[in-house]
Design a protein around this ligand. Structure first.
Ligand SMILES: Cc1ncc(C[n+]2csc(CCOP(=O)(O)OP(=O)(O)O)c2C)c(N)n1
Ligand SMILES: [Mg+2]
Length: 884
């Protein structure tokens, strides 16, 4: 390294350098590396402590003499790239000229055009490739460039480009960012919530190994490519999971980080060097790191740097200053970069200021980018990250290139358009240019023929999402029999009932193999350890040790073909695995059925953004929030007790959420979920809350299966309706007890309903109401809720172990006054009984609420409520659970 410029004994230093030089010349780099490692090892053993350093010098990892030759036609590829650049820029400019403020990004793709074009022309395998397509995660806000290329390829029309960010226009438009939900046969991976690309791509690559190791798919060398921004790498999810990749030997994974050194507001690391920082982090984690910093123009200077002054200067200059060079011109660069040392000034004495300003950087040099990709795809046993230095807003002229405001630039003025046209040789007249038209050469032009041939030889166009349908054989009906027929006198929790069902499902001869149980280190909590032995925990390397419990029947069994994904304490990673499995139907053409079971509180609250992305990605699978319910999980307290995930679930468009009471409900819902997602091919995710309270589970009553799915079924009706009680999940027990008290102590007999899903009831009621609104000429339709409750305007009291808003979702659609009891506020640790009393959802509060509801309706006298309070010792001075 060049940090210690002062040398106590230069002669001695020179001797050492010469020795290594001769080793390099005579025996090559491998031998030189060996010698250096030996020396370091020796010095360290003798007490010379080496400073820890994960960095290499600030130069390209691949030296010019090691470069794989570029096989393409540079001239034609430049033409194509220029056209893609132009159309991408024109698309955003037009959209914003027409509708000011519609937004879009020009400068990001301008910086990464070469990174994408080299990949498209030489590396990314398409859907018809015999080995199967690569999976490509595009940097979300580089979408204009990806659309522009698809336009040249003939996949998108001019009209579609015109309607960029105008998806509601009658002819259809293009979504702002990659959204499979909105462009289902185009985009595969939603990437624009920064941080999610890295972690989901990592687990996608890992899931590919899982599918190969379990012999569900063949190993054909498919790759996962993730194109990322350097600013985006600051998200904890971007770096938080990177150690997984070397550990799992994911040589199918390639990250390409577009290091334009800028994010939205300014530099990523003004006072440091983001490329070096990322290199250190990735190398430390065990990745193959390829830095592509300098273009071919710099090679000559680097070769001539006999004094090491250039290397030293490259090392010391910070990103903030490097960014200044982009905008300040050649004279400034000569003075401030090269002017620091006389040897450096001398090095560039033959260069004009203009030459200095236009020395090309690595990420804009196709030959450098090509050789990095070529090495990445050949690398065995570990993942590769390419750190490519680029310029944000490259080619946008003096107002846009490299400026801090460049990210916000949404259109080009006339002068800038003309400059852009000249810089990239777009064959348009001045008159045409200023209208920013889309431009596509004739199909028989050399560049169009080249572009089509390249994609054809790589297996067709990308991005492309596979929408072809595949059918899954039904699980055998008898799998569900046990849960449906109840467990007699035996008490058990819904979690246990679910686990019993899951262990039967994995044994099903047709479906079992495709079930993917995913757990973040809570299998024992949920009583799932029996599955360890039964189906094994997936481990790419198998089990290299004898587990401490090997003498036990249920030992911790890891296996190469293990079925369980045990992700450790890592909900974000586990959810990323879920996403990979839940979209395998599209990415691999195989229906995998993930069951991701986790501590309910650490689901929606912690990783909702990933769940949202799963929705966008059209995931299909089961999420199971176990140890759910604010008062049902009793000892754990505030940070563990989930009383609101159902609210988040209700707000996520394709989540079907259920809070279930009895084992038969679980069986009915899972059976239906498998049918809906894996036979009817609907893009929904089922979310079930599961609890750990033990109670008796009866047999499935007749004819209620459809009602369970719709969200509500009748437990008991009364001859003369006076009052309704709605119970949900484990609090059904309190509702039933309250009904008994009402009858015994107060001679009131309520009707009782079990609500399996407030959100499904609400959705259907809302949809029905909408239909009625816009169809005044048609016969009035009734929602399930209305059909169940008729027009009976008796008061309703609904109880759940969640915040009141969960039950209140249906209140606009319930005839009569509606009252919800719920568990708003921070949790506490105590017994279930005390907690339910504290949160005012126990049987006594339910009775009180019911009595008061009748009183408000003028049905009974106020004095009764006073008696209720007295009889059940309800303390009016008890602290409120909702005030903080
Ligand atoms: C989680 C999240 N936060 C903020 C944003 C808004 N955003 C969009 S682009 C951007 C800057 C991106 O910088 P960088 O990753 O360096 O990409 P570049 O455009 O420089 O290639 C920001 C902050 C986002 N998309 N996602
Ligand atoms: Mg950036």
């Amino acid at each position: 390294m060049y940090k210690q410029y002062e040398d106590a004994d230069p002669e001695e230093t020179q001797e050492w350098i010469e020795s290594i030089e001769s080793a390099l010349q005579e025996h090559g780099a491998e031998r030189a590396r060996y010698l250096l490692e030996k020396l370091i090892d020796f010095a360290e053993r003798k007490g010379a402590r080496m400073p820890f350093n994960t960095n290499t010098p600030y130069i390209n990892t691949i030296h010019s003499f090691e470069q794989e030759p570029f096989p393409g036609n540079r001239k034609i590829e430049r033409k194509i790239k220029s056209l893609v650049r132009w159309n991408a820029m024109a698309m955003v400019t037009k959209a914003n000229k027409e509708t000011d403020g519609i937004g879009g990004h020009i400068s990001t793709f301008a910086s990464s055009a070469t990174l994408y074009e080299v990949a498209f022309n030489h590396f990314l395998k398409g859907p018809e490739h015999p080995n199967g397509p690569d999976m490509v995660y595009f940097q979300g806000h580089a979408s204009p460039g990806i659309y522009a290329r698809a336009f040249l390829e003939g996949r998108l029309t001019e009209k579609q480009l015109e309607n960029f960010r105008r998806e509601l226009s009658p002819e259809g438009g293009l979504s702002s960012y990659p959204h499979p939900w909105l462009m289902e046969d185009f985009w595969q991976f939603p990437t624009v919530s920064m941080g999610l690309t890295s972690i989901t791509a990592l687990y996608q690559a890992r899931f590919m190994h899982y599918m190969e190791d379990r012999n569900i798919i063949e190993k054909t060398g498919r790759k996962v490519w993730a194109f990322l921004g350097d600013g985006e790498m600051d998200e904890p999810e971007s770096l938080g999971a990177i150690t997984l990749a070397p550990r799992e030997k994911l040589d199918n994974l390639i990250f390409v980080i577009n290091c334009n050194l800028q994010r939205l507001d300014g530099p990523v690391r003004g006072n440091g060097k983001v490329i070096q920082e990322l290199e250190g982090t990735f190398r430390g984690a065990g990745w193959n790191v390829i830095k592509v910093i300098w273009g071919t123009d710099w090679d000559r200077l680097i070769e001539k740097d006999s004094t090491g002054a250039l290397a030293k200067r490259m090392e010391e200059v910070v990103d903030g200053e490097l960014l200044k060079y982009v905008v300040a011109g050649g004279a400034y660069i000569r003075e401030h970069f090269f002017g620091k040392y006389p040897e450096l000034l001398n090095l560039v004495k033959d260069y004009s200021d203009d030459d200095l300003w236009h020395l090309r950087l690595g990420g804009h040099d196709p030959e450098k980018v090509y050789s990095a990709y070529a090495e990445a795809v050949k690398t065995k046993g570990k993942p590769t990250v390419i750190l490519a230095r680029t310029i944000k807003g490259y080619g946008l002229g003096e107002t846009g290139e490299g400026r801090n405001i460049t990210h916000q630039q949404k259109k080009l003025n006339e002068e800038e358009l003309l400059h852009f046209r000249d810089r990239f040789d777009i064959p348009l007249s001045n008159e045409e240019t200023i209208k920013a038209p889309f431009y596509k050469p004739p199909d028989d032009s050399e560049e169009m023929i080249y572009l089509q041939e390249r994609r054809k030889s790589l297996g067709g166009y990308l991005p492309a999402r596979n929408t072809s349908s595949i059918k899954l054989i039904n699980p055998k009906v008898d799998i569900f029999n046990e849960a449906l027929s109840g467990y007699g006198e035996r008490t058990l929790s819904t979690t246990m009932a679910f686990v019993r069902l899951l262990s039967k499902l994995v044994k099903d001869p047709d479906v079992g193999k495709y079930i993917v149980p995913i757990i973040p280190d809570e299998a024992r909590t949920f009583g799932m350890d029996s599955l360890f032995r039964q189906i094994g925990i997936y481990a790419h390397t198998g089990q290299l040790y004898e587990p401490v419990d090997s003498d036990q029947f249920l030992y911790y069994k890891e296996a190469k073909d293990g079925q369980i994904l045990e992700e450790g304490i890592n909900e974000a990673g586990a959810m990323s695995s879920f996403i990979a499995a839940a979209t395998a139907y599209s990415n691999y053409g195989v229906n995998m059925v993930p069951f991701y079971i986790y501590y309910s509180m650490f689901g929606f609250q912690r990783i909702w953004d990933l769940i949202w992305a799963a929705g966008d990605m059209r995931a299909r699978g089961f999420l199971l929030g176990a140890t759910a319910g604010r008062t049902t999980l009793n000892g754990e307290g505030l940070q563990h007790q989930d009383g609101h995930s159902l609210l988040a679930a209700a707000a996520t468009p394709n989540i079907k959420a259920y809070d279930l009471t009895y084992a038969y409900e679980i069986a009915v819902v899972i059976k239906e979920g498998i049918k809906e997602m894996f036979q009817d091919q609907k893009d929904v995710v089922y979310y079930l809350t599961l609890e750990n309270e033990n109670y008796v589970h009866p047999k499935l009553p007749d004819d209620i299966e459809k009602d369970i799915i719709k969200g509500m079924y009748k437990i008991r009706s009364t001859e003369k309706p006076v009052l309704r009680l709605l119970g949900s999940g484990p609090l059904m027990g309190e509702v039933l007890a309250a009904a008994e008290l009402l009858e015994k102590d107060w001679n009131i007999k309520p009707g009782i309903w079990n609500v399996t899903s407030f959100s499904e009831l609400r959705r259907e009621a809302e949809e029905t109401e909408r239909w009625n609104l816009i169809n005044p000429d048609k016969k009035y339709k009734k929602s399930h809720l209305e059909k169940c409750l008729s027009k009976n305007k008796v008061p309703t009291v609904a109880v759940s172990d969640y915040v009141k808003m969960v039950a209140e979702q249906i209140s606009p659609y319930v005839p009569g006054k509606y009252y919800a009891l719920g568990t708003d506020g921070f949790g506490r640790s105590d017994t279930r009984e005390n907690l339910r009393h504290f949160f005012e959802v126990d049987r006594y509060y339910i009775v009180l609420k019911a009595i008061r509801a009748l009183e408000y309706d003028g049905k009974i006298d106020k004095s009764i409520a006073e008696k209720v309070i007295k009889k059940y010792s309800i303390d009016p001075n008890k602290p409120s659970p909702i005030t903080v």
